[in-house]
Design a protein around this ligand. Sequence first.
Ligand code: G3I
Length: 451
Amino acid sequence: MSMTLRRLSRAATAGLVAAAALTAAAHSAEAADTLGSAAAGQGRYFGTAVAASHLGEADYTATLDREFSSVTPENEMKWDATEPSRGTFTFTSADRIVDHAQSQGMDVRGHTLVWHSQLPSWVGSLGASDLRTAMKDHINGLMGHYKGEIHSWDVVNEAFQDGGSGARRSSPFQDKLGDGFIEEAFRTARAADPAAKLCYNDYNTDGVNAKSNAVYNMVKDFKSRGVPIDCVGFQSHFNSNSPVPSDYRQNLQRFADLGVDVQITELDIEGSGSAQAADYTKVVEACLAVDRCTGMTVWGITDKYSWRSSGTPLLFDGNYQEKPAYDAVLSALGGSGDPGDPGDPGDPGDGTASCTATYTRTADWNSGYNGQVTITAGDEPISTWTVTVTLPAQQSVSSLWNGTPTWNGNVMTVKPSWNGTLAAGASTGFGFTAAKNGSDAAPTVGTCTAS
Ligand code: G3I
């Protein structure tokens, strides 16, 4: 379909979309037993990052449709995905997500227009004036295609350096266009779709620190000079090295006080069990305590597809079972599915044994490699587990430790040697040495089953 036709057909469905959203809101007032409906009861959205490639998986889509009221395409709207060569726009994968979201009455966050990463190489080789034109063309291309359909756009992403300098990060935009590129991007974005909220989005800005101070000063300057900006996104990727800051709420509030909305845009917290649940509670409570915190988005549905899946940072485990963190979020949102409700799948005490498996290559040489598969029990203790690993056809396994394999062609099914018993949330693993025999491809780890 040509871009013009696509644009027309997208605009024609906008009225239907608005009607679907109203229906969803009406449903949510009745039964606050999902994340989206509980958040709606607090006047907020509850969203997730979505990958188009998983939409064909029934459990993935069922969980998405049941629980979430907003989606952010995880990679599909980025520059490398949408304008891989200059002036040629590709919207197939992003359209799939937007169409799905609209069919369910969900909002869509646009992510992201101007970012140093996932940027095709042609952008970096342009001179300043050409780059300025290309940046504006890209913003107009994306925002024009989805005009009227995107709730909020991450117009500029991660433009500041980490650390104490408060300086801008080096990028083609910064290096060739200077500080003014951010303002130019926002002005272009406002003209392209006046209905969309325009956000600046970044990480390590969740507490009060040098980086968030620099963003704060930029937003303050924009507001004082009438540069269009409506919202600031706080990515909120947390783990033990980067825990939920104690001044998280205070930081959100000081931005809100500048006259912008604040949104939690990419939330995930590595960990498990009650500690992870408590951290999620802190984040939700901070958002609810700030009037202009309009919603939260977690960076994925299931741990198995997280960008850092070994840290199990999400609300659903690899088998789509609700984790303690899910119960904590639902409860903090005032939802009715309290922890321990009989029949809540994944609740401790409901007897559903589950596990997830993740793979890493731990050593690599010309003719072979070592692989490690980590198995993590879900919310219940388990007494045994089984994982399948499919090797590329040429490869062969010469040794395997801490597991017992049986073979069917190039598929090995591995059961524990001595390490079947795991406490809830605990991990073990097995390792193996493989000969490449001409193929350097990674093996595929199948579903982990437990009892
Ligand atoms: O789709 C290709 C696949 O065809 C190929 O075989 C494979 C081989 O590496 O790569 C696949 O693409 C990967 C893509 O994710 C889809 O899975 C890319 O290599 C990988 O780099 C990309 O990572 C994304 C990352 O941004 C890139 O910076 C993550 O999914 C995505 O979650 C992550 O999201 C970012 C936000 O946009 C901005 N804030 C930080 C956040 C986390 O890093």
